[in-house]
Design a protein around this ligand. Structure first.
Ligand SMILES: [Mg+2]
Length: 386
């Protein structure tokens, strides 16, 4: 059976939410992000994109390109609320939803066709529902796999609905820029173009020797991608999603003790989110970004899975400590704690019992009760105080 995969992507999500909530901003060059020297564009409205402004761009560059732009501070709580409305629409269609971010998901609707009609009709229905509940537009790509669906959703933005039937994959993909290939990255994209490969058609038919030189042992996979071949299943959120807490510092930090204190607080926050969702983690990671924006991640699998603050904090601190030994004197602009390998805590009864014996679970739940009554700052572990 041919699968039916949808990639749904909200159009300029944060910026569109702001323009919806404040109609006076409609059609204006709006960017969402923190103003100031260190700010980065989190989202750009379509009006400001015409000036070359895009997300992840430093705010100072954006301002140079479009001096008239209107900078709006992000309201994550509001975006999460809208995101929940959007994902509620997805889950009414199929349980096979893989969220990629607040505003983007893959849906496997193969099993919904009998009930809801052909995939393009399902896509139309999702767009209509999202618009009527949130007032916002989404673009949808419909194809037989995730790769082609994702490429398709981007082809007719905003408010697009692009269907790529299996027999049209080559005709649609061949003329597209190699930059359209998800996950290729800017640097690799530049190298590929420098080697004379500009379109997916050229990538599909490039000599083996060239692909091996560019991609090494990933060469066969990249050729498959250029052909629109992708067997990866839609993984439901719980299987793949991670949960994280991160902080961008007001100024670069290099003091290991200050970094350690920050990391403890982040581990604590990530752990609380984990517990509120009734989950445990089997993979603890730290995200480290230096002042020049180079970013590192270090992670460790742990068994049994846990949701105790101490276990999570200890692993995260050890990962950071080791990284700092390798990168002495590094100046950091961002730190994060990322928890992966998530699973419902209730399936882990045995492990819970083991942890309770250690006493940590009880301490953590007491901490949470106190915080629930008196606020987060009421109680902190000693090593988080400066
Ligand atoms: Mg989007």
């Amino acid at each position: 059976m041919i699968r039916a995969i949808l990639h749904v992507d909200m159009d300029a999500f944060f910026a569109s939410v702001e323009q919806h909530d404040r109609p006076e901003l409609a059609g204006k060059p709006v960017v969402v992000g923190h103003a100031g020297a260190r700010g980065v564009v989190a989202a750009a409205s379509y009006a400001v994109r015409r000036f070359g402004v895009h997300s992840a761009m430093p705010m100072s560059t954006a301002l140079r390109l479009c001096p008239a732009m209107i900078c709006v501070a992000p309201r994550m709580t509001r975006y999460r609320e809208v995101s929940r409305q959007v994902f509620a629409v997805f889950h009414e269609i199929t349980p096979l939803v893989q969220g990629l971010s607040l505003d983007e998901a893959f849906l496997d609707v193969s099993g919904s066709v009998k009930l809801l009609g052909e995939p393009p009709a399902i896509a139309r229905r999702i767009k209509d529902e999202i618009r009527s509940r949130t007032g916002l537009t989404a673009s949808v790509g419909v194809a037989a796999n995730k790769l082609v669906a994702k490429i398709a959703s981007d082809l007719e933005k905003p408010d697009g609905l692009t269907v790529v039937p299996a027999e049209r994959i080559r005709a649609v993909l061949d003329p597209l820029s190699v930059r359209r290939l998800p996950g290729l990255g800017r640097k690799l994209g530049e190298r590929v173009e420098a080697a004379g490969v500009h379109t997916l058609g050229e990538l599909r038919t490039a000599p083996d020797a060239l692909l091996w030189r560019l991609f090494g042992r990933d060469a066969p996979r990249l050729r498959e991608r250029a052909c629109g071949v992708d067997e990866r299943p839609v993984q439901t959120d719980l299987e793949e999603k991670s949960l994280s807490a991160e902080d961008t510092f007001a100024r670069d930090l290099d003091d290991p003790r200050a970094l350690d204190a920050h990391l403890c607080r982040l581990a604590d926050t990530a752990c609380q989110r984990l517990r509120h969702r009734g989950l445990m983690t089997a993979r603890i990671g730290v995200k480290i970004r230096c002042h020049d924006f180079t970013t590192f991640t270090r992670q460790r699998a742990i068994a049994p899975p846990t949701q105790t603050e101490r276990a999570i904090r200890d692993v995260a601190r050890d990962l950071l400590r080791r990284w700092l030994v390798e990168h002495r004197g590094a100046k950091l602009r961002l730190l994060g704690v990322v928890l992966g390998g998530l699973a419902p805590a209730r399936q882990m009864g045995l492990f819970e019992a083991v942890e309770r014996a250690g006493g940590d679970a009880r301490l953590d739940s007491t901490l949470e009760q106190v915080r629930a009554r008196f606020g987060h700052a009421a109680l902190r572990r000693g090593n988080m105080l400066k």
